[in-house]
Design a protein around this ligand. Sequence first.
Ligand SMILES: Nc1nc2c(ncn2[C@@H]2O[C@H](COP(=O)(O)OP(=O)(O)O)[C@@H](O)[C@H]2O)c(=O)[nH]1
Ligand SMILES: [Mg+2]
Length: 199
Amino acid sequence: MIHDYHVTYFLISVPSVYCLPNEKIGMEVAFVGYSNSGKSSAINALTYQKKLTKVSKTPGCTQLINLFEVSPSIRLIDFPGYGYAKKTKKSKNYWHDVICKYLKKRENLKGLILIMDIRHPIKYLDQKIIESALSVDVPICTLLSKSDKISKNILQVTSKKIIHDMQMMFEKNIQVEPFSVVKKYGIQSLKRVLNNWLR
Ligand SMILES: Nc1nc2c(ncn2[C@@H]2O[C@H](COP(=O)(O)OP(=O)(O)O)[C@@H](O)[C@H]2O)c(=O)[nH]1
Ligand SMILES: [Mg+2]
């Protein structure tokens, strides 16, 4: 089904997964990744809105789960990034653990968009998230963010290597899309993935 992502609006911010809307209603896609990997930027690019979600130079700022609605039954969930704990009392793994539990039991979760900085791909907590998603058959697409930071020929080689490394690690083909909000790479692919999950 083709959705109109630019009409996406902010729904609510909640401090924990226990405050999420009823999982019997509607469909969800979650955006996850390390702090500062580019999750909020990806949602803004997808929805053509510069300020839908706050983009931050300081990692670890977002400590709430932000919910957006593409339409009344279609939600995008922007989870706080994992792997960074300086500014809060929570551990570095706190949001990672929350996301793993969430994805294992959330009935209406249709897929996971995992955002990894192309220069630092498949770090430890990313691996653990992928393993959790695979264990319960939640579809995953990984966006290699900040692809504008490396040259075009290196980009091709790097993407191929990441695809290959993930095949070796997980013995599965996981979709990988080079992504850049600066050069607008991967936005159409992201829409295609979401349209495919959200039907
Ligand atoms: N050059 C470049 N910078 C990006 C890109 N995506 C995000 N950033 C920057 O990375 C930082 C963190 O982005 P943000 O979306 O807040 O990350 P989040 O913590 O994962 O939500 C900000 O300074 C963004 O401007 C990208 O595709 N290219
Ligand atoms: Mg963010």
